[in-house]
Design a protein around this ligand. Structure first.
Ligand SMILES: Cc1cc2nc3c(=O)[nH]c(=O)nc-3n(C[C@H](O)[C@H](O)[C@H](O)COP(=O)(O)OP(=O)(O)OC[C@H]3O[C@@H](n4cnc5c(N)ncnc54)[C@H](O)[C@@H]3O)c2cc1C
Length: 372
């Protein structure tokens, strides 16, 4: 499509997470001006934890003109290290794929989730962003779709992007009513001062301590904040959304782990730990109509073992903008978008379900081409 054809196209994005924010930035970067993000919460926010933004994702930030804003609040990492739980043996230490795959070196950027959402929304004009808009219904009318919000407002748009996360209403109403799938795991996440990390962090690279029973304790250094994101994932049959835990319980999960990992669990402020049951979704067959598409977790929520959910949501945003430029119409663009991204995310969903064991470490780097 020519820029003149989508400059005034009315684009409504449901959900102000990484996927929704990135979609708005990507579309703005190609010349779309009538783009609006509708978020249910009264303000944008993310849990206190770190995340790794991979080189392919970082290249998009350069394209969109937001690299400096992201780099200012993140630390560069060159490689990922996977080691045995006791810290005694390095299973894999590998450079990030595509680190040198572009004109400029793109390190993986380790960032605090809150800083990242702030950086994304800082790149959008206020008129594009609407908080306190909880979607309650969507009617697909063919070339347009109409959104109904809990606050009584309705919006009719030429293109609706359902970036409303793993429990997406857009997905449930138009594409699949299958519920998210419990992985039989909990994730416990917090951010602590480096001063309280018992010398666990020795450089800027994420380190994953992996036990035979699938428990993994990983840390992502946030050196620019003098902090480290400390995360544990462990098996549990309790599928309540926010399980209640204690320091003693965390320590009990870490039998045989490196003493530094155990010491952090013993001493951290448990009131600052985000405790969540872990879910994904089964791949869905179709994620678009002629005027609606899913994007990010709503389309392909995956387990966090590959660290690819947010990266995928952002790469979806880049692919959707590319598809609009390349295709002749919105319906063609949405079909091209799904054809480009679904094979990649289907595979990531599959790999993520393999979980974490020392033997599965070889799956840590599925990206081999720039398309991934
Ligand atoms: C423990 C854990 C660790 C992870 N680690 C990593 C990692 O290291 N790297 C990585 O790439 N990914 C990681 N992920 C995955 C990543 O967090 C998600 O894939 C990513 O946040 C998805 O972004 P999204 O924008 O698609 O969805 P979300 O972040 O869920 O955003 C959806 C937004 O839509 C809004 N919304 C929902 N319903 C409505 C409605 N009805 N109306 C209006 N708004 C609505 C929500 O409030 C939310 O703001 C991890 C996930 C977990 C659980």
């Amino acid at each position: 499509m020519k820029i003149s054809e989508f400059k005034d196209l009315h684009i409504a994005i449901v959900g102000g997470g990484y996927g929704g924010a990135a979609a708005a930035i990507a579309l703005k970067s190609i010349g779309a001006e009538n783009v609006h993000v509708y978020e249910q919460a009264p303000a944008f926010g993310q849990v206190g934890a770190g995340i790794g933004l991979r080189p392919t994702t970082v290249e998009l930030f350069r394209q969109w003109g937001i690299f400096d804003a992201v780099a200012a609040v993140s630390s560069p990492s060159e490689h990922l290290e996977i080691i045995t739980a006791d810290g005694g043996h390095v299973i894999v230490q590998e450079e990030w794929p595509m680190l040198h795959g572009y004109a400029q070196t793109n390190h993986t950027r380790i960032i605090h989730r809150g800083d990242f959402i702030d950086a994304l929304f800082g790149a959008l004009p206020a008129k594009m962003v609407h908080v306190g808009y909880k979607l309650t219904g969507i009617a697909d009318e063919g070339t347009t779709s109409t959104l109904t919000f809990e606050n009584g407002e309705t919006v009719t748009a030429d293109l609706v992007i359902g970036a409303d996360g793993i429990r997406s209403l857009v997905r449930q109403q138009l594409f699949s009513d299958k519920a998210p799938v419990f992985a039989g795991e909990h994730a416990y996440r917090t951010v602590i001062s480096m001063d309280d990390a018992f010398d666990l962090v020795t450089d800027d690279n994420p380190r994953f301590f992996v036990a035979q029973n699938g428990t993994v304790a990983y840390n992502l250094p946030l050196r620019h904040r003098n902090e480290v994101s400390y995360d544990i994932t462990a098996r549990s049959e309790d599928d309540t959304w926010a399980p209640v835990i204690t320091n003693e319980y965390l320590v009990s999960l870490l039998e045989g782990f490196d003493e530094r990992v155990v010491n952090v669990a013993r001493t951290l402020d448990i009131s600052k730990v985000t405790s969540r049951s872990v879910y994904d979704i089964d791949p869905i067959d179709v994620w678009h109509t002629n005027s609606v598409t899913l994007l990010g977790d709503s389309a392909h929520a995956m387990l966090h073992h590959q660290g690819q959910g947010a990266n995928s949501a952002i790469q979806d945003a880049g692919a959707l903008a590319d598809a609009l430029l390349e295709a002749g119409s919105v319906p063609e663009a949405l079909a091209l978008f799904q054809a480009t991204r679904k094979p990649v995310t289907d595979e990531l969903q599959r790999l993520s379900r393999l979980g974490w064991t020392p033997e599965s470490a070889e799956n840590a780097f599925p990206e081999q081409t720039p398309a991934n």
